[in-house]
Design a binder for this molecule. Structure first.
Ligand code: GDP
Length: 296
């Protein structure tokens, strides 16, 4: 599970710190050196690590906590707070349209889990009372249209498709009209992916964006690709102004470097986490719970 190796390392560091009782500045520095190495080994962006350690150090040494009765506890509390902040602090909700339907556009590279996550998100939001319509907007891979239809059938959620002959922007526009006419208050548009970011893909996605003006553009990235996921998020965000990230495959990622870096590097919060292949394996991303998981 995500953060398992980082959690083990940090818990060990803080156990040593707690066992010391009273602390000197050098003890804190030593612990923070270990935190730094643990974060780097977890594949957190090096600049993020540097800023993180500096912030903790400033607070731990600046706030007179070393003379408190439970200095180690205070240091851990600061680390907890900073880990939370790193991941966005509060959990980030999705923007609902003041007037339905809410339109969510899913973007991302091939294999990140975009199609599966579109279905998972529809399922998740249906449980909260929404009436979703899934839209097959990847016209480049006929298999993607079929895949979405199969997932829709499994979930009993309608899938809007116009085959692969119309432009995705046209399909998206028609889907929204279809949703309005059939009482659907949520439209989730699956879009094309590529193995790598290219101009043609970005142009196509921008065309969809300007045609339907989505309430949310969510980037799906694979946590297991580590800092590559963060780089992808940076590029997509620059072009598309993302509202958030959905980080998939956290179940298979023991390091968690992408999850810890993406908000700090791009400014985009992680809104959901994929934690398995099943269609109910999606959860809202809670920075506080993630920080709890890391610190035990
Ligand atoms: P797309 O090309 O981005 O549309 O990717 P797909 O939706 O086809 O997903 C690619 C693979 O990743 C599929 O085998 C999915 O079952 C798998 N997948 C997606 N999300 C998760 C996740 O959160 N955990 C795990 N373990 N697998 C996932």
């Amino acid at each position: 599970m995500v953060f398992s190796s980082l959690a083990e390392r940090l818990q060990e560091t803080f156990k040593k710190l707690r066992n010391k009782g009273s602390l000197k500045e050098a003890d804190v520095s030593e612990a923070l050196r270990e935190v730094r190495v643990a974060l780097l080994e977890a594949d957190v962006n090096f600049k993020v690590v540097k800023d993180f350690v500096n912030k903790v150090k400033e607070k731990a040494i600046g706030q007179d906590i070393l003379s408190s009765l439970t200095p180690a506890q205070q240091v851990i509390k600061i680390v907890h707070q900073e880990l939370m902040d790193l991941m966005g602090g509060e959990y980030s909700k999705i923007n609902l349209a003041p007037k339905p339907p809410t339109v969510i556009m899913m973007v991302g590279l091939h294999g990140a889990g975009k199609t599966t996550t579109s279905a998972k998100l529809a399922n998740f939001l249906r449980k909260q009372g929404r009436r979703p319509l899934l839209v097959a907007g990847d016209i480049h891979r006929p298999a993607a249209i079929k895949q979405l239809q199969v997932l829709g059938e499994q979930l009993d959620i309608p899938v809007f498709t116009m085959g692969d002959k119309q432009a995705p922007a046209v399909i998206a526009r028609a889907a929204i009209e279809n949703a309005s006419n059939s009482g659907r208050d949520l439209v989730i548009i699956d879009t094309a992916g590529r193995l790598h970011i290219d101009e043609e893909l970005m142009d196509e996605l921008e065309a969809v964006k300007s045609e339907v003006k989505p309430n949310e553009i969510l980037l799906v990235v694979d946590a297991m690709t580590g800092q590559d996921a963060v780089n992808v998020a940076e590029v997509f965000n620059r072009r598309m102004q993302l509202n958030g990230v959905i980080m998939t495959k956290l179940d298979g990622d023991t390091r968690g470097g992408a999850a810890l870096s993406v908000k700090a590097v791009t400014g985009c919060p992680i809104k959901f986490a994929g934690i398995g292949e099943k269609l109910d394996a999606l959860e809202t991303f809670h920075p506080d719970r993630m920080a709890d998981r890391i610190l035990g």
